[in-house]
Write a protein that binds this ligand. Structure first.
Ligand code: ADP
Ligand code: MG
Length: 254
């Protein structure tokens, strides 16, 4: 089986003012792969995800989804595709945030249905059926008419995963999806993500949950100071790190 490269970021550079936050950073994700990004706070993990999902613009580098260039490096400067092309590319990925980011004034069902109807302009009946199936998959069938404030953090996060899946993305990004949850609810979310991995959903996950990252990932990237310090198989990077900075980081987490 040949695997196709779903996402490629080459030589990404990002500055905020005069501070360089990402320096010549490259990753690539194959279809069906789970890539985890670990690293200390402030190392640029969220910025990388925000660049990958077009919430931030890179200063330099390529951003490529399935051979489609969202941005192309021209003489060290990232040049972005047309709005129409970027819109097409936006449909290829979903993003799950740390703080759920649900619409507070919409019911659970409406939260899940909103983007497929508004952005993809799909038929209401079909979208509703799919949304209900996703809620069932997330164990939330009975919460369709509830509002976000009536749900636990874990339930809200499962709604936001259903909402991302409703767009039928080729790749899902998670930025510390369990950081706002207590340990019990964390387990609930990690279980959902593990199931998606079993179904060969392509995912890029920023996480501090090391045993989860070890189990679920095909590839682990350790970032520090806006660069990749070490990357590889989780058994290497997490269990047998070779760089002093990685060893130090993992030791502190224990
Ligand atoms: P991480 O997610 O690994 O904790 P971030 O990507 O959030 O790291 O942040 C990387 C660095 O970029 C930090 O020094 C942070 O202060 C800085 N940063 C992030 N977002 C902005 C912004 N919008 N404006 C200025 N600096 C920012
Ligand atoms: Mg972050």
């Amino acid at each position: 089986m040949t695997m196709s490269k779903l996402l490629e970021i080459n030589h990404c550079r990002k500055q905020f003012g005069s501070t360089e936050v990402l320096t010549d950073l490259s990753i690539s994700v194959e279809e069906g792969q789970v890539l985890s990004i670990i690293g200390p706070s402030g190392s640029g993990k969220s910025t990388l995800l925000r660049c990958a999902t077009l919430l931030e613009t890179m200063d330099g580098g390529d951003l490529i989804y399935l051979g489609n260039y969202a941005a192309r490096d021209v003489n060290g400067k990232a040049v972005y595709a047309t709005p129409a092309e970027l819109q097409k590319i936006r449909g290829m990925f979903g993003l799950v945030f740390q703080n759920f980011n649900l619409f507070p004034h919409y019911s659970v069902l409406k939260n899940v249905m909103e983007a497929p109807m508004l952005v993809q302009k799909r038929q209401e009946k079909e979208v509703r059926e799919e949304a209900m199936a996703l809620l069932e998959q997330m164990g939330l069938s009975d919460k369709a008419d509830a509002y976000p404030y009536q749900l636990s953090g874990g339930q809200q996060q499962r709604v936001s995963i259903a909402r991302a899946l409703a767009m039928n993305p080729k790749i899902l990004f998670f930025d510390e999806p369990t950081s706002a949850l207590d340990p019990e609810l964390t387990g609930e979310i990690l279980k959902v993500i593990r199931k998606l991995a079993e179904k060969k959903m392509t995912m890029v996950i920023v996480t501090h949950e090391m045993s989860f990252a070890r189990d679920v990932s095909d590839w682990v990237v350790f970032m520090n100071g806006g660069v990749i310090v070490e990357q590889g198989d989780p058994r290497d990077v997490i269990d047998n790190p070779t760089h002093e900075r990685t060893i130090q980081f993992l030791r502190r987490l224990q």
